[in-house]
Design a protein around this ligand. Structure first.
Ligand code: GLU
Length: 374
């Protein structure tokens, strides 16, 4: 029995490594991908939302362009990524279409997940795709990401995506079925670890010694990815993808390592907000807005009576009630200038006030925490 019941997880990020998808000659393993798409369709039919982070662009593109990956310069690899990505995503599109599932391509650089303003943009787009049951196929935007500013491996990218969309589980499919106490290829005493409930120096040491897969990210980056995800309330699974139906196998109890998160994504997000050190401004709310937030709603411009401070979209702001008490915190969807212009307006007046369409809320309910004042 695996330590993770996938059916309990509403939103899953699945990371597919190059070595599973592309053979040594750079040919895409179509059969494997069709089987994965069958698994994705099963989960989607059970009401689960799936995002796929897939590598493989450089491997496929290198064969298209006749580039030797080992000897190639950065710009050659970037060209290979451009040529390979289009084939990669097309293959996903075709395999998912057999199940009437639409795919969407998302290419990101670290700026898009580390900068809070862009983080919110990427997040809203992904939410819209998931609402429409589209499966996002995500990769690093290798053609513009240079050495100093890359994620470099898709394990960490996948963890950032899991954090971004508040996924409940991150599944790292690779050519190993989990974490071992030492390199299982080199030592017969290597023991498989089924569950990790907190990552400490021992875990990191084991990851350093464990066999790494042939992609960019070895076991150490997988453990780092698990750490990012766990902090975001997302459990991580390292499982073998070297089988025909890897997700089905996982559901049936295939061996894997589960890094189990103690909090839920929503709780982790609120803890992060509550502890954020940089608070850039204030939004003063009327009683109606305070009541709406109390019942789980978002903060709309109409409920804002005053704005203070210098902030940009994505910055943390304090929420204050009519008597000036701090009632919570949230991520501002607008800058202080825009918020000032919008304060007191109905959502359908936003476009006229700003001169562009804008967003309906001032602070989204997923991005706010209310303090316990009494
Ligand atoms: N983004 C790279 C690609 O699609 C792969 C990075 C990795 O192997 O993790 O080829």
């Amino acid at each position: 029995m695996s330590g993770l019941d996938l059916s309990n997880h509403r939103r899953l990020v699945v990371k597919v490594g190059s070595s599973l998808l592309v053979d040594d000659t750079g040919q895409l393993n179509r059969n494997w991908l069709e089987n994965l798409a069958d698994d994705v369709a099963d989960l989607a039919n059970a009401g689960q939302e799936i995002l796929i982070v897939s590598s493989g662009a450089i491997a496929i593109g290198s064969s298209v362009l006749g580039i030797n990956k080992q000897r190639a310069r950065l710009e050659e690899l970037q060209a290979a990524a451009a040529a390979g990505q289009v084939q990669l995503v097309h293959a996903y599109q075709e395999c998912l279409r057999r199940h009437d599932i639409a795919a969407a391509q998302i290419l990101l650089t670290p700026e898009d997940t580390e900068n809070r303003r862009r983080f919110l943009n990427a997040r809203r787009t992904l939410e819209k795709l998931l609402e429409r049951a589209v499966v996002p196929i995500i990769n690093e935007n290798d053609t513009v990401a240079t050495e100093e500013i890359r994620y470099g491996d898709n394990d960490r990218l996948a963890a950032r995506i899991a954090q971004l969309v508040m996924a409940d589980a991150l599944i790292l499919l690779s050519d190993v079925d989990g974490l071992y106490t030492s390199d299982p290829g080199a030592s017969e005493d290597a023991e498989h670890i089924p569950i990790v409930s907190s990552i400490n120096s021992d875990t990191l040491a084991m990851a350093g010694e464990s066999r790494s897969d042939v992609g960019t990210g070895g076991m150490a980056t997988k453990v780092q990815a698990a750490s990012i995800a766990m902090h975001a309330g997302c459990s991580t699974v390292i499982a073998s993808g070297v089988i025909a139906h890897p997700l089905r196998a996982l559901i049936d109890g295939a061996r894997c390592t589960v890094f189990s998160a103690s909090a839920t994504p929503a709780v982790a997000r609120k803890q992060w907000l509550a502890g954020a050190l940089e608070v850039r401004g204030e939004l003063h709310l009327d009683d109606g807005a305070v009541g709406a937030l109390g019942s789980g709603g978002s903060l709309l411009p109409v409920g804002v009576v005053a704005v203070a401070g210098n902030f940009r979209r994505g910055d943390v702001v304090t929420l204050k009630n009519a008597s000036g008490a701090d009632i919570g915190r949230g991520l501002a969807e607008y800058s202080d200038e825009e918020a000032t212009r919008l304060a007191g307006l109905q959502s359908d007046q936003i476009e006229a006030a700003l001169g562009y369409r804008g967003r309906a809320v001032m602070v989204h309910h997923d991005e706010l925490v209310l303090f316990d004042n009494d």
